[in-house]
Design a protein around this ligand. Sequence first.
Ligand code: AMP
Ligand code: MN
Ligand code: MN
Ligand code: MN
Length: 275
Amino acid sequence: MAIYDLHSHTTHSDGTLSPLELVTRAKSCGVDVLALTDHDGTFGLQEGVDAARSVGIRFVPGVEISVTWGAQTVHIVGLGIDWLNEKLRAGLAEMQIKRVERAKQLGRKLETNGIPNALERVKAIAGLEAPTRTHFGRFLVDNGYARDLQDSFNKWLGKKGKAYVRGDWATLVEAVTWITAAGGQAVIAHPGRYQYTLTKLRCMIEEFIECGGAGLEVVSSSHSPQMVGDMSALAKHYALLASVGSDFHSPGNPRVELGRNLTLPANLTPIWSTW
Ligand code: AMP
Ligand code: MN
Ligand code: MN
Ligand code: MN
């Protein structure tokens, strides 16, 4: 059986590998089909396509769009997108502006808390105009303000952190519409991770389907076996296509590796069965 991994990141968002390094690693991990899904941008996709051709692996161009729904951030993955599509490009351009603004606010909050020039220093490490919270986290760890990435979210960047900035991202309908306009399939990323009640999660799924959403990421490295079971039941109930993804960001965490432990429960319809 072919190994699919339909959720991963590169240095074009908060991953630490370039598209070529990512694709090469995926190949050596035995992945047959890899989707690159950087946060709110498609900057690495052409490089990914070229790299995949040279390495000999099937490549699915993707994106992971940040959405605000029910006072929380939800991630919607788009698979098989035409990243030159005007509607998608315009939407993602707005997202980049929001990200730059959020990074500025975050930088200011860190300065208020005694960390000078935070944004400039983070930008220098990230090499991006719109660094992600992961970049801020790595900066905080490297400079002794947090023990590790998790600690940087607990102390600074997460909901209870001193420098928390509430995201004001796309709406659910916007994200799904941009993806489908670009010929892609919209998938709710790591649904087990959101702190919604089951009622609220169902409500979000129903709205997602209404706006044209296609799939649920049933298997993810953020999911416990119990969550995989719960998400399988939801995928079945709503007749959603099932997706799988490691959400790989960087080497070094044996729990999160490209293509590892991504077997889909047998009674579901894999999203790739429609390709
Ligand atoms: P952003 O989209 O800039 O708000 O950054 C979100 C990213 O931060 C996610 O995609 C994860 O990669 C990372 N992240 C979120 N929460 C945590 C956490 N508690 N520990 C480590 N990384 C996290
Ligand atoms: Mn990330
Ligand atoms: Mn995500
Ligand atoms: Mn991700």
